[in-house]
Design a protein around this ligand. Structure first.
Ligand code: PSV
Ligand code: MN
Length: 387
């Protein structure tokens, strides 16, 4: 790829940020509150707009319903536009209601299944109001004990709910199905892996695509293989980027294993899937429990940019030649050369080209925004998981 093409690709890259990253979060042991945390969806969007203002590549904000419920979603969309961003994916939430103790769409009780489906359909109504193209579905459904429920019947119930939701989608809307191998169910999860998500999506049709949350795999899983496979099948809809050391840690993407992120982005570049119109949505799904939230999101966006820049620098021709020649060390060397490149100077130039400060972290710190929101956002109920 020519240097101009690399720069163009980096300028055109788009990363979607999650509204929930700006709220208080924690573990089941403690949620820590921080000064200046948003009280409303509008304040979350205002914070997300800061991330875009300093990076230039994060103009889309994902909402989570009901965490971001408002009376008028069209008005919230206009508010986002005023802030210089737009509303992206609508994330459904059927995991925080007492009724869902035994599952949501896979619950043995038809009344509860109807309630869960009602929420999914309501999320499509919200998409209509916000102009969102993507509905993201993650189910906490599963069982804790062998024999607790019928594994096969639960798959039937899942398929039924997915199909009813799929039928409600508009022509330009998609359903993104996210998998997770465990938690909160411990024995069996109804959508545990990409294969299950993929099989449901294939049956549903073109508008159903798989989401890879990088934190949702067993240790040692080769995530880039999953990326390559799904891209080849045209079934990779989106990423939920984050980092894990042990479980679903939701740490900053690229923090735990920047090399893994590079390997993922290499498969993306290899498939030509980086372009915003490729149909792959690059989202962050993170919680900043102990670190300040806006800078943590800025850092995460920068980490994705660095991995992307390195992937764009892979000498594709040299790699293909080494692979064809069976040159094991040569091929690996081509990849490592790109990974070992310091791309920070290049990214500083890309930001300068965009009219931005080349150092987003320092520029944000200097802006005084953190001090302003800490002073202004006094009183009210801070947004958060309340865990
Ligand atoms: C589940 O662990 C998950 O990754 C899903 O994407 C949820 O919507 C999200 O976390 C909430 O943070
Ligand atoms: Mn996720």
């Amino acid at each position: 790829m020519t240097e101009i093409a690399v720069r163009d690709a980096l300028r055109a890259q788009r990363i979607e940020v999650p509204s929930w990253a700006y709220g208080n979060s924690g573990t089941r042991f403690k949620v820590f509150s921080q000064p200046g945390v948003p009280r409303t969806p509008q304040e979350k969007i205002a914070d997300a707009a800061q991330v875009h203002a300093f990076t230039g590549v994060a103009p889309i904000v994902s909402l989570h319903i009901p965490w971001d419920r408002v009376d008028d979603f069209a008005k919230l969309g206009s508010y986002a536009a005023e802030q210089g961003v737009r509303i992206g994916t609508i994330n459904a939430n059927v995991f925080q209601d007492d009724d869902y103790r035994l599952g949501s769409v896979t619950n043995p009780d038809p009344r509860i299944r109807r309630k869960a489906l009602g929420h999914l359909l309501e999320c499509v109504d919200i998409m209509d109001a916000t102009g969102s193209a993507d509905l993201k579905l993650w189910f906490s459904d599963g069982t804790n004990y062998p024999g607790q429920d019928d594994i096969r019947a639960r798959q039937d119930r899942l398929a039924e709910a997915l199909s009813a939701t799929y039928d409600r989608l508009g022509d330009d809307q998609r359903m993104l199905l996210e998998y997770k191998f465990f938690e909160p169910a411990f024995y069996m999860t109804d959508v545990p892996d990409w294969g299950t998500a993929y099989a449901h999506c294939v049956r549903l049709g073109e508008k159903a695509q798989v989401v890879i949350d990088t934190g949702h795999h067993a240790p040692g899983t080769n995530i880039e293989f999953i990326v390559a496979f799904l891209l080849r099948e045209g079934k990779l809809g989106a990423f939920d980027f984050n980092s894990r050391f042990y479980a679903d840690d939701d740490l900053m993407v690229g923090a735990a294993d920047p090399f893994q992120l590079f390997r993922i982005m290499h498969e993306i570049v290899r498939a030509g899937a980086l372009r915003p119109d490729s149909g792959v949505n690059f989202m962050l799904d993170q919680c900043h429990n102990i670190e300040p939230k806006i800078p943590a999101q800025i850092r995460s966006v920068m980490n994705v940019q660095e991995a992307t820049a390195k992937a764009l620098l892979v000498d594709a021709e040299a790699l293909a030649a080494a692979q064809a020649a069976g040159d094991v060390l040569g091929a690996n060397g081509v990849l490592m050369d790109a990974y070992d490149t310091d791309v920070r100077p290049l990214l500083r130039e890309v930001r300068a080209d965009l009219g931005l400060d080349p150092e987003p972290m320092a520029a944000y710190a200097r802006s005084g925004y953190a001090q302003r929101i800490a002073a202004e956002r006094v009183g009210g109920q801070q947004a958060g998981w309340g865990a």
